[in-house]
Design a protein around this ligand. Sequence first.
Ligand code: C2E
Ligand code: MG
Ligand code: MG
Length: 565
Amino acid sequence: MPPLRLLQVEDTEDDAALVQLALSRAGYDVLARRVETADALRRELHQAEWDLVIADYTMPGFSGTKALAIVREQHPDLPFIFVSGTIGEDTAVAAMRTGAHDYIMKGNLTRLAPAVERELREHAVRRERHLANQRVAYLAYHDSLTDLPNRALFLDRLQQAILRSHRDEKGLAVLLIDLDGFKEINDALGHHAGDLVLQEVATRLRGALRASDTVARLGGDEFAVLLPATDVNRAELAARKVLHDLQHPFVADNRPLLVSASIGIAGVPWHAATSDDVLKKADAAMYVAKNHRSGYIVYTADRDQRLTGHSSLASSMRQAIDGRQFVLEYQPIVDIKTNQVLAVESLVRWNHPELGRLLPDDFIRVAEHTGLVNPLTSFVLDRALTEWPRSVRGDACGIAINISPRSLHHSAFAGRIQDMLEQKGVDPSSLILEITENLVMSDPDGAIRCLDELHDMGVRLVIDDFGKGYSSLSYLRRLPVDEIKIDRSFILALADGEDDTLVRCMIELAHNLGLTVIAEGVETEEVLEQLAALGCDAAQGYFLVKPGPSRDIADWIDRRDSASL
Ligand code: C2E
Ligand code: MG
Ligand code: MG
């Protein structure tokens, strides 16, 4: 048991000693100090921590009630007991009324130890309750995982900052930050790893910004930053700093993970006047940044009109699938050594009656979130297998289809593909399915089962956007894939003169696993030559030809074939 830190307000040393003796006998290890003036009492309360105050009621130069008042100034709850001579029942009751916890007669100290024990215990209970209340109040405004302010506190601070910005005539900005692919991390590595990532993101966000900026977690993988007294330039600077600081790999489960984020920026008074509106606009900008994989985007009204967000696109999507507003373009994949067209990749476009032509980045996510991606995948498969002319190089020219993660989780998916191939009379080996690493990571077992079935049928499988995710070598080994397609961001970086180590490693790694390597996003002749030198097998990109309608691309292939004859 720790020593009992006892402060005694007592003019006679003998009486003080008797009290200590009574407590020692009861088993307390007493560490006592005696004072007899107001000044000395204040000093002791100030200098040290005490568990208990025991005061005489009547002293020549000081009084017990005065001592109690002084103690209460600083410690409203510290156990306080009077030990005094006979003072009569009325006085005792009055003393208790002033806030003492008990009153004990000097002549009868047997009651002292039980009273002390009771008061210490009740004090501990009161303190715990108080801490718990404080914690509840804290939690109402903070996120327990990251300790950051939560949505409620963020909104409160935002509203205060908007009022202040009117007064000071200075602007403020909100950054809405959403992690990319966080769900896949959670699904593949478990919630514990996901939690670690969120905590580390919180730490990095705090580190990237000033103490006067509010960083909050709004929920899930969504964070928000409030930059008071700022302008759009500084907000963009802050966004770049945040993205930069998130670039270093995270470590969860002893493995490195890359986490990227999309940031939407909106400000008062530039884009909005109220807290609701500025958040809505930052959210709209974030959504565009996510779709364009552009890191961060500052809100503009124009973007808002073009992409009014999930709801209106989602509601018109089903009709659009039935109404044939979706069309396909094709882009050839060419063997770098032989110059032959190995396959064409189908890329879906949406001719929206009001918004004009939309690219997949504008609507695939919406389709995935609304469950419309399966009908869309079926439409694309059916259309591609129907309209791509079989006459072009016969079955030697494969047709590659992009498959959304969600389609593969349907147990009937492989069967549906088989039926469709039979119905169209297409050889399974002509069909190539492009899948992303993340897809496999998010439900490895289910996905692998489905991929095995497809592979056994003779369908070819490609890992698309390779290098962007975080699949490990051991995962790749378990997959029945034949090819990888290096993500275009790596190839575009080559054109910018970036060091080719990463691309070289990916090619070597794939070749060691017996996989063929395609590079997408080849925009210049130099890059194509560089890839040839690195031993890359196939290429796709604007340098060869941009995606186009089936007729145009079939003609392009014919012209090439006859030129090389
Ligand atoms: P992806 O499968 O990686 O497709 C390649 C993307 O790179 C296409 O963009 C293509 O137009 C673009 N690209 C081709 N060559 C170059 C080049 O030289 N430079 C640059 N900068 N880009 C080039 P697109 O058509 O916007 O498609 C974007 C993504 O949308 C695709 O990426 C694919 O993941 C997805 N997608 C496309 N069609 C479908 C579909 O039918 N179903 C599903 N689920 N997803 C699709
Ligand atoms: Mg693709
Ligand atoms: Mg790709």
